[in-house]
Design a protein around this ligand. Structure first.
Ligand SMILES: [Ca+2]
Length: 115
């Protein structure tokens, strides 16, 4: 017989983020009527289920031309697949900058949010 119950939530994950980013994230979760745990579990599930982006050939070609033109080794950084941890950090950093949580970082928010 197949067990159809959802897997037990036995593991925890601790992250360190700026205080303002935590407050902004918690406020957004509150407005959306969900807990921070629910939001983060949803994000993690999306990252696990999402197909990994494949680099397009033209990107590799452009990367190779730039690397050749500059005499640099640009190709490895252009071909690097998206990292879920970096994506989370970018989202938290964006939430930190987007003070009024409208999904857009204005010039004022950008300037105020810079260290
Ligand atoms: Ca904003």
């Amino acid at each position: 017989m197949r067990d159809t119950r959802p897997p037990k939530k036995s593991e925890s994950l601790e992250i360190r983020i700026p205080y303002d980013a935590k407050l902004a994230f918690m406020e957004r979760c509150r407005r959306e009527g969900r807990s921070a745990s629910e939001a983060l579990r949803g994000f993690i599930d999306q990252q696990i289920e999402a197909p990994r982006p494949r680099p397009r050939r033209w990107r590799l070609a452009v990367g190779a031309m730039i690397a050749a033109a500059l005499g640099a080794v640009a190709l490895p950084s252009l071909a690097r697949p998206a990292d879920p941890a970096h994506d989370l950090i970018r989202r938290v950093a964006f939430a930190h900058l987007d003070a009024d949580h409208d999904g857009v970082v204005s010039l004022d928010e950008y300037v105020r949010g810079r260290p």
